[in-house]
Unconditional design. Structure first.
Length: 264
């Protein structure tokens, strides 16, 4: 028997609970000290994941819809490719510029609200401390402790500002997303997504259904990849995106078939 491994029978008789490897620093911890938690959180403040996911999905759905629409109208393969490439370029530029402007505007609004809160703390520190304490009291903290914490924060202006902004506005002024990160992520991912349904045409095929099938596969794969960040079932995330893309492609195909090509 391994001398370092507790005997299960002895453990059961003594009522002790089997334990794993003993941490190396356990002897150095004070009595009652809590062991550190060994886990990390993903970065949810950078702005790239939302922009990248939206860009890839939008690129796929946009060009699948365009290809289905013009293909359903009966145009040539060359026209389908031209339409798809035009949609890729225009859409990628639009997505990149839109993401940059959107995130930049949101950050400027946050900065304006932070500046307003900074002025309030400078001109009405007692009232702001009382307001913060009341918020904590409403959440169940004892009035004495809440008021003491709020008063202590008045001696630390920077931390007081961060705390007031978090509590009153629900935002972290130190974790604003980058507009450049959002713009580049959106531009690149839209381009990649929009390219996928064009691949078969670019390699010489003239089959609309093959192109739509490849685009559908791309939607499923991208949707499944997002489950890596959301911890949801990959097949459910992939199927959801596939169904959404299929709905868009079906609508544009029917419209293209109904309108057709004017050969006059």
């Amino acid at each position: 028997m391994n001398p370092d491994k507790p005997d299960p029978a002895v453990t059961a008789e003594s009522g002790a609970r089997p334990v794993g490897p003993v941490p190396a620093d356990i002897g150095a911890r004070p009595a009652g000290a809590v062991a550190p938690i060994d886990h990390e959180h993903a970065d949810v403040s950078g702005g790239w994941l939302r922009a990248a996911t939206f860009g890839a999905m939008d690129g796929l759905v946009t060009n699948i819809g365009l290809i289905a629409g013009v293909g359903g109208a009966g145009v040539s393969a060359h026209t389908v490719v031209l339409t798809g490439v035009a949609g890729l370029v225009a859409g990628a530029i639009s997505m990149g510029l839109g993401e940059y402007a959107s995130v930049r505007t949101a950050n400027e609004q946050i900065e304006a609200e932070v500046a307003k809160e900074r002025r309030e703390l400078r001109h009405n520190p007692a009232a702001e401390a009382a307001e913060l304490a009341q918020r904590w009291i409403d959440r169940g903290i004892s009035p004495e402790l809440a008021r003491q914490l709020a008063e202590d924060l008045r001696t630390q202006p920077d931390e007081a500002l961060r705390m007031h902004v978090r509590e009153e506005l629900g935002i972290d002024p130190d974790s604003k997303p980058s507009p450049w990160t959002a713009a580049i992520s959106s531009f690149v991912c839209f381009s990649v997504g929009a390219l996928i349904p064009l691949l078969s045409y670019l390699f010489g095929s003239e089959s609309l259904w093959l192109a739509l099938g490849i685009g559908g596969l791309g939607l499923f794969v991208v949707g499944a990849l997002t489950a890596r960040f959301t911890r949801r079932h990959w097949w459910a995330a992939g199927l959801r995106q596939l169904l959404l893309g299929a709905a868009a492609a079906g609508a544009t195909y029917l419209i293209g078939s109904a309108i057709g090509v004017n050969t006059a």
